[in-house]
Design a protein around this ligand. Structure first.
Ligand code: DC
Length: 227
């Protein structure tokens, strides 16, 4: 556990609730560093796929970890994630890697492997960190904790539009099915399941525009930091 002089805002919640978009805008307005921890699990998922390991196979994935160096960098204020020195920030965004990330994130050795990197990043600077267990496990001392959610249909629609804009051929039904499967995996796993911290503020963004959600969270965070 750290003694902190920096400020940490933890934003947890299921995929597609708008965490990353909202956190990125908020971080830039508050002058904090935005840390997307999902990118770290995606990177381990990518490594497993590249090496032909089944992302559900705990022994196979664990045996890869000593060969993996995962690190974060910032280019013009935006986060980049590196796997053994290679910038993999773009290739971790495919539906296949999403599913692999969800599988490897259920493995305790993977969670331990990424824990120090996340805590060290928050120790060095003011952060808005998003993920699934930031308020509960990684930064239990965060000054502000938010649990952001929205209906599965709303979240699938947003993710579908993002993927379509990138030229993906995934249909809405496929995106919704993957989303429900990941929700189930993320909240039913034994290791650090997705759940709100006791002291988190619950925010439901169903039906909100991005601007409305950003405004809502901004006033919440600034109020809490004042207090
Ligand atoms: O936020 P995301 O969709 O990029 O995350 C990818 C996967 O990683 C997701 O299925 C859950 C997992 N994850 C996690 O278990 N803990 C975190 N702090 C962040 C992500």
């Amino acid at each position: 556990m750290t003694t902190k002089t920096t400020v940490a805002v933890a934003i947890d919640g299921p995929s597609g609730a708008g965490k990353s978009t909202i956190a990125r805008v908020l971080a830039s307005e508050l002058g904090f560093v935005y840390v997307d921890t999902g990118a770290l699990y995606r990177t381990v998922g990518l490594a497993a796929l590249r090496r032909g390991a089944d992302p559900h196979d705990a022994a196979a994935v664990e045996s890869l970890l000593p060969e993996l160096q995962v690190s974060l960098g910032y280019v013009e204020g935006s986060q980049r994630v590196f796997l053994n020195g290679e910038d993999v920030s773009d290739c971790i965004r495919t539906p296949e890697v999403s599913m692999a990330a969800s599988a490897v994130s259920a493995l305790p050795p993977v969670r331990r492997f990424l824990f120090d990197l996340q805590q060290d990043t928050a120790r060095r600077q003011n952060v808005i960190m998003d993920g699934r267990d930031i308020g509960t496990v990684v930064l239990p001392f965060a000054q502000v904790k938010i649990f952001l959610t929205a209906s599965a249909e709303d979240r699938a629609q947003r993710r579908f539009e993002e993927l379509a804009a990138k030229g993906s051929s995934a249909t809405y039904d496929e995106v919704l099915r993957d989303m429900k499967e990941r929700d189930y995996n993320d909240s039913h796993r034994a290791a650090a399941p997705l759940r709100p911290a006791e002291d988190a503020v619950l925010v439901d963004t169903t039906g909100n525009t991005l601007e409305q959600s950003v405004e809502l969270l901004k006033s919440l965070v600034t109020e809490r930091l004042k207090g």
